[in-house]
Design a protein around this ligand. Structure first.
Ligand SMILES: [Zn+2]
Length: 375
């Protein structure tokens, strides 16, 4: 019966997986509500019985995922029902970032609020990966302790790195940090205060794009471009991050803008990074804007992406860079006369990658609350 093997919907559903599904459904329903719905309202929205919703809500409240809130005072007959909200005192995500010139850690609670934020500016390039990740681990431990003193439980950590990351968290290459095949989860996990945490690793532009997607909740399709010493991009198509077959997409910093141009760390010539990376940007903003415009025109012509979000070092310089980028887009994008590309600065500013990292931890809890309750 091959159909049964390939189609989960036709397989017998176990009672425990029904409960897991319904727990997630109830949690999402409360999280996505603009008001604070009662149990009866959640039952009406989900189509579950009131008794089922009540039992699920009890479990979610006991597990620190939901909280009961007093109803607003109401005039008229009848006692208003107790409302439900996502708990700000339960599981939280630890978001970490390592970049060429800084280390940062933040803790974000289940409602998406940043509860702790620590950052240290230091040039990481002379440090070996072990030293750099130990420093970051100590910063992360401080953030975790402060969050836990504040009543939160850190459910996991996610690290943003400016490089190519394999599925198991191995950083294959991070050219601007000088890293190759660095087992980042193991090195971070060697810091005693983090030893018990699940740790994942992803590319910083990917995580920044995800952070931007969650916060704005607006554009489902956009290219996020992160300007640091290197330049990364995260492509979000229809609300989903496109990672490429091996997870290595988004290396816009090595798109050629001037074929016979400056030599690049990657071995090629004329890469965008050599003209619009942070160091080049500090020297010649008009050239950086033009180079960005040339590279972005190629992306838009190829993929029909309607929105480009400029993050990292580009966000505070948005007003300065915009005219030069738009000039190239207008000149080079075939459809620019019919539908000009929307260019905007990142909403989260320089914290986007770290926030996106913390968000992946929170999402995992929100998508599978049963796993959190079983822990
Ligand atoms: Zn290059």
């Amino acid at each position: 019966m091959p159909a049964r093997l390939t189609s989960p919907s036709s397989a017998p559903v176990r009672q425990s997986s029904v409960r897991a599904h319904n727990l997630a459904l109830v949690l999402h329903t409360v999280a996505n509500s603009t008001d604070r719905p009662s149990r009866a309202a959640v039952a009406a929205i989900t189509g579950l019985t009131r008794a089922t919703v009540s039992a699920l809500v009890d479990d979610l409240v006991a597990g620190g995922l939901l909280t009961e809130v007093e109803p607003p005072p109401r005039t008229g007959a009848g006692r208003p029902a107790v409302g439900l909200a996502v708990s700000a005192a339960g599981p939280a995500g630890l978001g970490l970032e390592i970049n060429v010139d800084y280390l940062a850690a933040c803790v974000v609670d289940l409602t998406g609020t940043v509860r702790q934020r620590f950052a240290e500016h230091a040039d990481q390039r002379p440090a070996d990966p072990g030293q750099a990740l130990t420093m970051l681990g100590r910063l992360a431990a401080r953030a975790r302790l402060a969050a836990e003193a504040d009543g939160l439980i850190v459910a996991g950590a996610a690290l943003a790195v400016p490089g190519l990351v394999a599925d198991d968290g191995l950083v294959r290459v991070a050219p601007n940090l000088g890293w190759q095949d660095v087992d980042a989860p193991a090195l971070l996990g060697a810091v005693p205060e983090l030893a018990d945490l699940p740790i994942t690793v992803d590319n910083e532009a990917n995580l920044a794009a995800l952070g931007e997607l969650r916060v704005t909740g607006g554009d489902p399709t956009f290219l996020y471009v992160s300007g640091e010493v290197g330049i990364g991009a995260g492509l979000v198509l229809g609300g989903e991050l496109y990672r490429g077959v091996r997870g290595w997409s988004g290396e816009i910093g090595h798109v050629t803008v001037f074929p016979d141009g400056r030599p690049c760390r990657c071995g090629a010539r004329g890469c965008l990074e050599q003209y619009a990376g942070q160091e080049a940007l500090a020297g010649d903003e008009p050239l950086a804007a033009a180079a960005l415009g040339i590279a972005l025109s190629a992306v838009v012509n190829l993929l029909d992406v309607p929105v480009i979000v400029l993050g990292g070092a580009y966000a505070p310089l948005f007003a300065t860079l915009r005219p030069g980028i738009e000039e190239e887009l207008a000149r080079r994008v075939l459809t620019s006369g019919m539908a000009p590309v929307v260019l905007r600065p990142a909403t989260l500013g320089p914290d986007a990658a770290m926030r996106g990292a913390a968000d992946t931890v929170i999402r995992a809890v929100r998508d599978d609350p049963a796993a959190w309750l079983r822990r």
